[in-house]
Design a protein around this ligand. Structure first.
Ligand code: CA
Ligand code: CA
Length: 452
């Protein structure tokens, strides 16, 4: 399976290597390079987002840590090494962090595994005491928990956060070393108020909160809410997430107990893009075995949020693939499989709300017998979904018409205020099931920067 040919601008590093000045002196044009078979591409660690490859290609594009010097080029295999590499000064210096093997975020600086009891130790928190203190039968349903057990829970949560939350600064590339089974287990990469970040070729799995918070005011029945997305993009621009695998395994939601009649949910998002983030490209990732998969916008008052999703795979996903708010969002050539997987049962795929301007083009849904085409979208009546070429089990399907026919109110709008232009690799949907089975997710990219 050959990789799509992306046109790319020559990187600064490559320009240096081949000596642009000497080429110019000789009167030779610098020819745009391509990736893929036979191309002389830069290596994986130094690669930049190809030209025209989604919203993150806007303006100066997304180069991550491409120009990192040797002092800011790291290979890490432990949480302590990863945290140190992320913090090595000066913040904002280009840095390349190559993850080799499995990094377990729930470890101390000597590498010892930390469990929930380790984080709770000394805080006074215990789940049984927490459940007793905030039982709706005695605490009621009108206000958030406060007092000793809630303070203890918060303190314990902060102790876990100090280990698992890993903040990614501007001009950073984090990339899995091919062939090493590169993974960050239990971690939460936070791209916060940053510009120019690349995250590639990583298994990002089993991110869990030991200390869910009870919110009796969340919905009519209350909810248990957790911290930590595998990746959070917050207030950030020019972010490229490529060829990663996201999922809850091996701790699936089916193992979550129920308290106060609600699931004790230990997971939050897989990849959430919020708080006025902008210019984000999410491609060739595999999302599997997860509930709240991808928020684009955390409230209806969020802003910006221009995001491209293409050639991603969604399997065993309950909802939010994505939940789109506000922004101009392009979904093309994604593959959705609605079959239940490890008890993760499809609810909907794409939610357009808060005036989201979604263009959904050439996506493929493998629709299981328990689901209908009218159940693939969702919305609040203000969001738009335009686009064409979407296939359901191989048949061209108007998803909005199918949805609107089943809903008498809050219909999805069909006109959008923009036309996508940054559409590298756009192709018909028919070939996606076979192609993406081989080409999406972590473990596909090679050290040379192509796909195996
Ligand atoms: Ca806290
Ligand atoms: Ca989140």
């Amino acid at each position: 399976m050959s990789a799509p040919l992306h046109r790319r601008k020559p990187s600064r590093r490559l320009m240096a290597l081949i000596g642009v000045a000497s080429l110019a002196a000789a009167g030779l044009a610098v020819v745009p390079l391509t990736t893929g078979a036979g191309a002389a591409a830069v290596d994986l660690a130094h690669a930049a987002l190809p030209a025209d490859d989604g919203w993150a290609a806007t303006g100066s594009g997304t180069t991550g840590g491409q120009t990192a010097d040797t002092a800011h080029t790291f290979t890490v295999s432990t949480r302590a090494q990863l945290a140190k590499a992320l913090k090595a000064g000066p913040i904002g210096a280009p840095r390349i962090i190559q993850v080799k093997g499995v990094v377990d975020a729930n470890t101390d600086d000597s590498g010892k595994t930390l469990g929930c009891a380790d984080y709770a130790a000394g805080t006074g928190y215990s789940l049984s005491a927490y459940l007793k203190a905030y039982d709706p039968a005695t605490w009621g349903r009108g206000k958030l928990p406060t007092g000793q057990q809630e303070s203890a829970r918060d303190a314990a949560q902060d102790r876990q956060a100090a280990r698992v939350v890993l903040t990614v600064p501007s001009r950073t590339t984090i990339v899995g070393v091919p062939g090493s089974g590169a993974a960050i287990v239990g971690g939460s990469l936070q791209v916060k108020n940053a510009d120019n970040v690349i995250i590639r070729n990583l298994n990002l799995t089993d991110t869990r909160d030991c200390f869910p918070q009870w919110d009796p005011t969340d919905g009519s029945t209350g909810n248990w809410n957790s911290q930590y997305d595998a990746v959070t993009v917050r207030g950030s621009t020019h972010v490229w997430a490529d060829h990663n695998t996201f999922g809850d395994g091996p701790h699936y939601d089916r193992a979550n107990p129920s308290y106060f009649g609600r699931e004790y949910q230990v997971h939050d998002g897989a990849l959430d893009i919020t708080n006025a983030s902008d210019l984000v490209t999410v491609e060739y990732n595999r999302f599997a075995n997860h509930d709240k998969t991808m928020l684009i916008g955390s409230s209806d008052k969020d802003t910006r949020l221009r995001v491209t999703l293409h050639h991603n795979v969604f399997q065993g996903i309950v909802q939010r693939a994505p939940l789109a708010r506000v922004g101009q969002i392009h979904l093309y050539d994604n593959y959705y499989d609605t079959a239940t997987l490890n008890n993760y049962t499809h609810g909907y795929s794409v939610n357009a709300r808060a005036k989201a301007q979604v263009v959904a083009q050439n996506n493929y849904w493998a629709l299981s017998g328990d689901r209908k085409a009218s159940q693939l979208l969702s919305g609040d009546g203000t969001g738009s979904v335009a686009g064409s070429g979407n296939l359901v089990n191989g048949t061209v399907t108007d998803l909005v018409a199918a949805y609107n026919a089943e809903h008498s109110a809050k219909k999805i709008k069909t006109s959008v205020n923009w036309t996508p232009k940054l559409t590298a690799g756009l192709e018909p949907a028919a070939g996606l099931p076979a192609a993406l089975a081989k080409k999406a997710g972590a473990g596909v990219l090679t050290a040379a920067g192509g796909t195996s």
